[in-house]
Design a protein around this ligand. Structure first.
Ligand SMILES: Cc1cc2nc3c(=O)[nH]c(=O)nc-3n(C[C@H](O)[C@H](O)[C@H](O)COP(=O)(O)O)c2cc1C
Length: 355
């Protein structure tokens, strides 16, 4: 099967499987791992607050760091002020973003109450102004990620997407739920088909893709140009790889061994600690005093606590270490817990009577 590549302006997207932007998940560390294992056609940063950039938050700037090997990469930004969004888009382009994605899907109160994210779905004129300002500010393509609308009373996405296309947006992603739904209920893929009629720029469908079959079905049922995968990829780059291969027709990689899962979880944690040191101290973690290193390690590992158990989810006996993983405080402890678990699984397998 020919790989159904597509373009977003000058940006070539080699395959139509995109890794979703996810706060606290799609860090540089995780993106590098996903790129190596799953080769998604395009990835995005966690969303970046335009206000944080406006006020010169060094940590946010550092979080926008991009490595060449992860390209093409979109920096996703959010905010409610057209000028500040334009300024943030310029900074993102200077940081090397291949494209700028505007978030109009985030429904959490801390974002919505500032007039950002999904709040913009309720104000099409203002939303269009933001897209226009961002498009005018940068030379790289601008894309927008929306939900279907604020609530069930109005499927706002078609009108919005047409306006955004008119304002120069070069790709639209639809998470096929309404903002008020949060993550409740199933994504309604029919909304993606309906939006397909409204726009000619690449349309990406998003919501509830877990397998390659889901991805293929979404593409054939809705006519979207690509699919975006979020939760199924968290701590599971192999699931993303299976989806990518299913869509491109390439041979899917074998299921990861337990060793591979453990090595990847530890690598994820190590890279996160390194990134944390750079963000906080502009330094190599090993160049810092031991006390500082320990504090950074603890902070980085704490942030990953929710994701680490997912690396071994589904493996026989994984529940026995879930509690310890959710309290883990250092790289050494993480490694000890995971390798002890691996020995336990091996000994259980050796004891099991052969069929
Ligand atoms: C932990 C988490 C963080 C997220 N953060 C963002 C974000 O920063 N920007 C965004 O546009 N969407 C964000 N989302 C939404 C996802 O990009 C995606 O639209 C949603 O999860 C639906 O896709 P899925 O069913 O494949 O998970 C987030 C979702 C999750 C689970």
């Amino acid at each position: 099967m020919a790989s159904p590549a597509f373009r977003i302006g000058p940006v070539k997207v080699e395959n139509p499987v995109l890794l979703a932007p996810m706060e606290d998940v799609t860090s540089l560390a995780f993106r590098l791992i996903c790129k190596r294992i799953a080769h998604p056609g395009l990835m995005f940063t966690e969303f970046v607050s335009s206000m944080a950039i406006h006020y010169g938050a060094e940590k946010t700037l550092k979080k926008m760091r991009i490595e060449n090997e992860e390209r093409p990469l979109g920096i996703q930004i959010f905010g409610g002020d057209p000028e500040i969004m334009a300024e943030t888009a310029r900074v993102s382009a200077e940081m090397g973003a291949d494209l700028i994605d505007i978030n109009m899907g985030c429904w959490v109160p801390k974002v919505v109450k500032t007039g950002s994210g999904a709040a913009l779905l309720k104000d099409p004129d203002h939303a269009e102004k933001i897209v226009k300002a961002v498009v005018e500010a940068v030379d790289v393509p601008v894309t927008v990620k929306v939900r279907a609308g604020w609530d069930y009373s109005l499927f706002a996405a078609p009108d919005l997407a047409k306006r955004f296309q008119g304002a120069g947006a070069q790709m639209i992603t639809l998470h096929a739920r309404f903002a008020k739904q949060g993550f409740e209920g199933e994504a309604n893929w029919q909304l993606i088909s309906d939006l397909r009629e409204a726009v000619s720029v690449p349309l990406i469908g998003n919501g509830d893709i877990k397998t390659a079959d889901d991805a293929k079905r979404m593409m054939s049922e809705t006519g979207c140009d690509g699919v975006m995968v979020g939760r199924a990829a968290i701590s599971n780059p192999w699931a993303l790889a299976r989806i990518t291969c299913g869509v491109t027709g390439d041979l899917a990689p074998p299921e990861p061994t337990l060793e591979e899962r453990i090595e990847t979880a530890i690598e994820h944690a190590q890279l996160t600690v390194m990134a944390e040191a750079e963000v906080d101290h502009f330094a190599d973690v090993e160049a810092l005093p031991q006390k500082e290193q320990d504090a950074i390690e603890l902070r980085a590992i704490r942030r990953l606590r929710g994701q680490l158990p997912l690396y071994i989810k589904g493996v026989y006996g994984a529940a026995t270490v879930r509690g310890r993983l959710s309290r883990v405080e250092s790289l050494q402890e993480l490694s000890d817990i995971l390798w002890e678990f691996e020995s336990y699984v091996r000994s259980e397998q050796a004891r099991a009577p052969s069929a």
